[in-house]
Design a protein around this ligand. Sequence first.
Ligand SMILES: NC(=O)c1ccc[n+]([C@@H]2O[C@H](COP(=O)([O-])OP(=O)(O)OC[C@H]3O[C@@H](n4cnc5c(N)ncnc54)[C@H](O)[C@@H]3O)[C@@H](O)[C@H]2O)c1
Ligand SMILES: [Zn+2]
Length: 648
Amino acid sequence: MTNFEYEKNIEKLIIWAKAYYVYDEPLASDEEYDKLARECLEFEKNNPNLAHPNSPNKRVGGYILEGFSKASHLSRMWSQEDVFNTKELEDWIKRASKVENNLEFFIQPKFDGASLNLIYENGLLKQAITRGDGTVGEDVTNNVFTIQSIPLKISEKSLIEIRGEVVIRKNDFEAINQERLKNNEPTFANPRNAAAGSLRQLDPKITAKRKLYFTAWGVGQNNLNFEKTSELMEYIFSLGFEKTPMQELCKDVSEIETIYKKMVEKRDDFSMILDGMVVKINDINTQNSLGYTQKFPRWSCAYKFPAIEKTTQLKDIILQVGRTGVVTPVAIVKPVEIDGAIVERATLHNFDEIERLNLKINDEIIIIRSGDVIPKITKVLKDRRDGSQKEIIKPTLCPDCKSELLIEEIIIKCQNLDCPSRVVNSIIYFASKNCLNIDGLGDKIVELLVKEKKIYDILDLYSLKYEDLENLEGFKEKKINNLLNAIENSKNSDLYRVITALGIEHIGEVASKAICNKFGLNLVDITFEDLTSIDGIGEQMANSFLEFMRVNKNIVLKLFDILSPKVTIKEEAKDNPFKNKTVVVTGTMSKSRDEIKLFLENLGAKVNSSVSKKTDFLIYGEDAGSKYDKALELGVAILTEDEMHSKL
Ligand SMILES: NC(=O)c1ccc[n+]([C@@H]2O[C@H](COP(=O)([O-])OP(=O)(O)OC[C@H]3O[C@@H](n4cnc5c(N)ncnc54)[C@H](O)[C@@H]3O)[C@@H](O)[C@H]2O)c1
Ligand SMILES: [Zn+2]
């Protein structure tokens, strides 16, 4: 990098940092920013006298947002030195070992949010300040009063600064962005910007709505007398701060690596974004002898996880017609690797989302992929437009059957019941695992059978014969017999599965179960009042069900005839602590998981497979894993099998 290039790059970094720290609206992905910052750091090391005085490599975070009063921290706040691999971790340890050979490390998860300093005096929360430039930040005390997980009163009476991260859950982040799109406001690029942006609102009422969460990771000025950070943190949690999960002690690189691998594996189980782990030297005396650079403590580092957001480019938009006829745009992007997977597509809920994002073909975009969540476009980098961008045009005709599309507010629909895409997708859904679970009847085969006019609807599946399949490409004797057997075996399925499989709009598995349990095969003739008498079935669901039956009753009756579904009508359970509650079961117990599930369902509980904010109870046995941690983190009531029985 020449001096000229360095100057230009630093200017770019300063602009990017300002957009990120002040406006919570990045102009680049973290990866791009970090890469450029490191290249500049290299230049600064080789040419210390040419280093820019405002280089972001030399300073903590940022600038104060206009409108806030400034406030000083009692002691400085810092950033963290990043390490990205074992080699960099070893180098960091080597440097720290200069003062002490026998190091113990305290590991904490690094949740990605906004840094916050809480000053307590005489046991009362006196002031809350954002990190700002490390010395002076924004006074956000009034906003912080609205955050539930921050105690307003603690039992420690001496003056103390408690520091931590204000974060936002992934679900809440999605919800905020959807709402911002609706209000024509710019979306947040990621949960960190959303947390920072929500904390830094001039109107505390807005902050209160944003469901922020505080997780403590350390202290600033204090009069405590601890020798180890791990003990200090235990004490902080005892004051009423939520205990951070997955804190660990270890003594060498290989142990740190083991924990790193474990945490990376579990990162998707957390409801908040985990972007790395912070490795701290546990002994506080050693910390004091190591001290600080201009920007970070020498006694800790952030061991970063692979990035979940990247910059890429929108190449095209394709249209998919689902089983209900809804036409969804799908973004085709320049392939990009995110956390081990190649991402080539991203969802866009509907055309309004395209409009609100002001997305154009060839735009550079930020895309986020976190765990099992489908990749999403969070940001259009409009300042990078180069003139090659093209408008995305809303379709008026079905991309498949070419019939005219119906535009219902934000939903665009193909209304042709015989539209091949609709037929194909409804059969695929019918055969899918949670519905009739017909092995071997996947997407490609259904497409082929419809294209070759072997089937037109779900009923046709049951009249398929050996001869029909004989001459199809790729179908040999074994495959034909397997498929016909799988179709035959789907007979006698539970009635609720058959109803789920019909794919009635708004009627999923839980609603199907409730309807089938109460009405059995009579469900074809039930009324609006019958339906809405069921707990959890509202007007929209009832209308959708009735409309479906009005149009399709004969098909449904024929299907019942062919399938003879299993009917179990259940009496309503007597009152008990699990009735109408959402329960998750995990680990090994005295009986099989299915038996426990049935037992709970008979008590009127809904048994789900994953823990969320909506979970009421987690029942656990031996070797309970990530579900247990998650329940703990979310504050879900946790019971052993015995405790479950003793509640009844
Ligand atoms: N996209 C952009 O344009 C852009 C611009 C500027 C900065 N950034 C990103 O911001 C990051 C740099 O920001 P930073 O200096 O705030 O560093 P950072 O956020 O990576 O790390 C430091 C912060 O980690 C937090 N933290 C979480 N858990 C912690 C724990 N257990 N112990 C101690 N601290 C903990 C603290 O708030 C601390 O201030 C980089 O990742 C960079 O990519 C991006
Ligand atoms: Zn169509």
